[in-house]
Design a protein around this ligand. Structure first.
Ligand code: ADP
Length: 195
């Protein structure tokens, strides 16, 4: 199996690119979904989070109050490092399980928003970075129902385009139309086949 990473800042069009790659035949492993799964109701990850951050983070149904957890780690590097120390190994283990299930002849894509932030840059056969200007991203996120200030705050907490570019094999510019984006993805897909 060849394994590529796909990343991009929030609103860049990463999910749209992942959908196109899936249509072309790639197997997508969604890091965000695995990150939610390792803190699911009744999971050992959730128990560890409750131990470190307080049992009051768990609601009556046994589910994590993610907004409250986010507010407890926001602006507190030690708390964030502790949270990452709980979740990162669990996500890495689940990802490895998913990769192991993919047939050898397939192209696999690890769809991971926080590739750079998680220090995972060097582990893949190649890295696809999706880019659009902050203005375009904000506009698209607002189009998706996000508040503009919230969109800007989320962008500010993520890695910069320069940091993502530093690990990129391919940079897909998504400042144009959806048709242009699809053509760009198809071009990268044919190069991936050639590698
Ligand atoms: P991400 O996964 O990077 O946050 P999405 O793929 O969800 O971004 O794209 C954000 C929003 O912008 C979605 O509503 C998507 O349909 C829209 N979008 C993405 N690319 C384009 C484009 N080239 N032109 C217009 N809208 C786009």
């Amino acid at each position: 199996m060849t394994l590529y990473a796909l990343t991009g800042g929030i609103g860049s069009g990463k999910s749209t690119v992942a959908r196109r790659l899936a249509e072309l035949g790639a197997v997508i492993v969604d890091a965000d979904a695995l990150a939610r799964e390792v803190l699911a109701v009744g999971s050992p990850g959730l128990a560890a989070v409750a131990d470190r951050f307080g049992a009051d983070l768990i609601d009556a149904d046994g589910a994590l109050n993610r907004a409250e957890l986010a507010s407890r780690v926001f602006g507190d590097p030690t708390a964030l490092a502790d949270l990452n120390a709980i979740t990162h190994p669990l996500i890495a283990a689940r990802s490895a399980e998913e990769f192991a299930r993919i047939p050898a002849e397939k192209v696999a894509i690890y769809d991971v928003a926080l590739l750079v932030e998680g220090g995972l840059g060097g582990r893949f056969d190649g890295v696809i970075v999706v880019e659009a200007t902050p203005e375009v991203r904000e506009q698209r996120l607002v189009g998706r129902g996000l508040d503009a200030a919230d969109a800007r705050a989320r962008m500010a907490r993520q890695a910069t385009d320069e940091q993502r570019r530093a690990v990129a094999t391919w940079v897909i510019d998504n400042s144009g139309s959806l048709e242009q984006l699809q053509d760009a993805v198809d071009a990268v897909w044919s190069e991936m086949g050639a590698r």
